[in-house]
Ligand binder design. Structure first.
Ligand code: IPE
Ligand code: IPE
Ligand code: MG
Length: 250
């Protein structure tokens, strides 16, 4: 049955870049009468499954929202546990990522991460720099508004572009995502219908898919379902449906 669903995926219409707001770890744990940290630990299994699943499906870019700029305000014990899980993930997965040709990338105010986490993150990115099959980007200490403010600060301080020369294209070059393609599909787990400060600029024309599945329960088959749903949609980018269909014929 699992194989069957996947066979409906059109490899020619794969999203080039899938981004995921991994949400619902706390609620998963609560349902099971466990502490929130157990939910985060369980969520790491989903990260592994989804990275492997994305690679097997032929997706070239996946970005996971792992820790927001606002998540620093959670209880200290939870923040520390999340940082430790991240450090362990990077330590354990580093070699596997490189063996599987997965390049690790990160976006966010990375300098705000604890030093030991920052170090292993940098090492893993370095180790996988040559990898080409899939780019896994972790959004860490990431905020969309923070990213836009950081871009404005850079533009203002280096004075290379005169104000009347600023446009969407050269502005994008100052975002953390400058080397990434536009996200085609954004998935949010746990049913929440909000962006929570994620990729505010980049999501302008991204297709949004919200599933009630809590992140620790999310597996490749859920990713496949999201992609199948995406492939049925018509992306219009402000044009009429007729215009889009005429363009597709050419
Ligand atoms: C997502 O799960 C993980 C992070 C935001 C770090 P949550 O911890 O937000 O889980 P809920 O939303 O409380 O269920
Ligand atoms: C968004 O989830 C951040 C991450 C998934 C890392 P949150 O759980 O922090 O978002 P809100 O608080 O429900 O908006
Ligand atoms: Mg949440």
């Amino acid at each position: 049955m699992k194989e069957k669903l996947e066979s409906y995926v059109d490899p020619k219409k794969l999203p080039a870049h899938v981004v995921i707001i991994m949400d619902g770890n706390g609620r998963w744990a609560k349902k099971k009468n466990l502490d929130r940290i157990s939910g985060h630990r369980e969520g790491m299994k989903s990260v592994r499954a989804v990275v492997k699943g994305a690679k097997d499906l032929g997706i070239k870019h996946i970005t996971l929202y792992a820790f927001s700029a606002q998540n620093w305000s959670r209880p200290k014990g939870e923040v520390n546990a999340l940082m430790e899980l991240l450090r362990q993930y990077l330590l354990k997965e580093g070699d596997k990522l490189s063996e599987n040709d997965v390049r690790l990338n990160a976006i966010g105010r990375l300098h705000e991460l604890p030093e030991d986490v920052h170090k292993v993150l940098t090492q893993t990115m370095e180790k996988t720099r040559h990898c080409r099959d899939l780019t896994l980007t972790l959004a860490l200490s990431y905020g969309g508004r923070e990213e836009i403010v950081d871009a404005v600060k850079k533009i203002a301080s280096n004075g290379k572009i005169s104000p009347n020369k600023i446009n969407q294209s050269n502005f994008s070059d100052y975002l953390y995502t400058k080397d990434l393609p536009e996200p085609d599909l954004m998935i949010r787990t746990s049913g929440e219908m909000r962006l929570s400060n994620f990729m505010l600029w980049q999501l302008a024309y991204t297709e949004i898919y919200v599933t009630k599945t809590l992140w620790p329960n999310f597996r490749k088959r859920h990713l496949v379902k999201a992609i199948l749903n995406y492939q049925k949609r018509e992306r219009r980018f402000g044009l009429t449906g007729e215009q889009v269909r005429a363009r597709d014929v050419i």
